[in-house]
Design a protein around this ligand. Structure first.
Ligand code: AMP
Length: 283
């Protein structure tokens, strides 16, 4: 695996070899890699792409200093995992390389997709995401990109960005990888104690309950209040949202209609770790 820290060296490598590689597939990450990230690499390889992964913890997308400071870093293990999973290139930039002297995000408004849920609760988060994803797409110039359904709203934000600015890039959304308990894999899970992990699986249980009941015709508000009482009323949990949404626009809905593609989404603190998850109503 080639490792580059500078955009110039990365671009020289990619442009010299692009005709030989065929398609370039790209997987941006913040590292502390787990099987969910490696599934994205596998999806890119399965499409025959020459595969580039980034590890960069982007400061401008953190609205919470403690979350940024405590973000796990396991770069040596990450390099081993990427090599074992046939990743072709690792791009490992610094903030100076990505931003220059001013580490600030531009402002974006894509309507509900940027302003609801994660956008409303984490002010500036999607400004940071869109700013860095734009810079990374400009650096790598990928043909295909691979993002995880785990961050569903982020996927929709990136889809909008691609439609607006990068229409030649093909977007791929890879299903959420879970622990055998059902807990969605996340780099932040390493901050959970065993007790907290045991409680955190309630998020997925609540999602599955809401999905099943809504598909059976119960209204979202009714089933969500039952789910809150039954699964999420626990001293270690603090719910931020649990909602039925249009999975493309992130608009909240009460009842399902056949023509819309829905998801049930959740954000919940488990002690001092903020977890998000979702399930699609139909595949
Ligand atoms: P992160 O390093 O958390 O910024 O995530 C990098 C990419 O991996 C994003 O596209 C995430 O949606 C994706 N990802 C994170 N966790 C999972 C998971 N459990 N399953 C699938 N993809 C994931």
């Amino acid at each position: 695996m080639f490792v580059f820290k500078s955009i110039k060296l990365l671009q020289d490598h990619l442009s010299e070899n692009r005709p030989k590689f065929g398609k370039v597939g790209y997987v941006p990450t913040m590292g502390a890699l787990h099987q969910g990230h490696l599934d994205l690499i596998a999806a890119s390889k399965a499409k025959g792409c020459y595969t580039v992964c980034t590890i960069y913890v982007n400061p401008t997308q953190f609205n919470n200093t403690e979350d940024f400071e405590k973000y796990p870093s396991t770069i040596e293990q990450d390099i081993v995992k990427l090599t074992q999973n046939q990743c072709d290139v690792l791009f490992l930039p610094s903030s100076a390389e990505m931003y220059g002297a001013q580490v600030v995000a531009d402002k974006y408004n894509f309507g509900t997709v940027t302003n609801s849920f994660e956008g409303a609760l984490r002010p500036g988060h999607f400004d940071g995401v869109i700013t860095i994803v734009s810079k990374l797409f400009d650096a790598v110039k990928p043909d295909a990109v691979f993002f995880g359904q785990k961050d569903l709203q982020q996927c929709m934000v990136v889809k909008h960005l691609i439609n607006k600015r990068f229409s030649n890039i093909q977007m791929n959304i890879v299903p959420t990888k879970r622990e055998s308990s059902g807990l969605a894999m996340s780099s932040r899970n390493v901050r959970l104690t065993d007790d907290e992990r045991a409680v955190a699986i309630r998020l997925y249980e609540a999602l599955l309950f809401v999905k099943q009941q809504v598909l059976a015709g119960v209204s979202a508000s009714e089933v969500i209040s039952i789910a809150k009482a039954q699964w999420l009323n626990h001293p270690k949990l603090k719910l931020e949202y649990l909602a039925l949404v249009d999975a493309d626009t992130m608009e909240q809905h009460e009842l399902v209609r056949p023509e819309i593609h829905y998801a049930v989404i959740i954000a919940c603190w488990c002690s001092n770790v903020r977890l998000i998850d979702n399930v699609l109503l139909t595949d």
